[in-house]
Design a protein around this ligand. Structure first.
Ligand code: I3S
Length: 129
């Protein structure tokens, strides 16, 4: 479905545990609040869960009953290095069309590089659609 509270039915492009903070909501600056989240990139959306799925082989990435905390539409989103926005290493900055902005961070450079690639691919695909 496409409702923000239902998990996307599309193929999962990338998922993993990242440190996340929102920094703006609808163009209004927010106070940073870093927290770990299970992040899923699927279809047009980036979806945030409080916790990773349980390690059951049949559970998949979003077991029944697991509700995302939030979800954003990546159509028209802008991706940039978050270097200027945080003292942390390996940061990604995402700004969505409605003016929601957040930072994704991983201590593992390769992990963040994979996310950057996957997000860029989805955003470019949406530009072509
Ligand atoms: O961009 P800032 O204000 O330097 O971000 C830091 C603050 O959010 C800080 O919390 P306080 O608002 O309680 O000072 C966080 O603990 C830091 O992690 C933030 O900076 P980094 O560089 O970690 O994104």
């Amino acid at each position: 479905g496409t409702r923000p509270d239902s998990p996307p039915s599309q193929e999962v492009e990338q998922s993993g545990l990242l440190n996340v903070t929102r920094i703006a909501q609808g163009g209004r600056k927010l106070r940073k609040s870093w927290a770990p989240a299970w992040v899923v990139l699927a279809g047009n959306s980036l979806v945030f869960y409080r916790e990773p799925p349980p390690p059951a082989p049949s559970a998949g990435w979003a077991p029944a009953g697991s509700r995302p905390e939030s979800s954003v539409d990546l159509r028209g989103a802008a991706l940039s290095h978050g270097r200027h926005l945080s003292s942390r290493r390996n940061v990604l900055h995402i700004r969505t069309v409605p003016g929601h902005e957040f930072l994704l961070q991983s201590d593992q450079e390769s992990e963040l590089r994979a996310w950057r690639r996957a997000l860029r691919a989805v955003i470019e695909r949406l530009e072509r659609e």
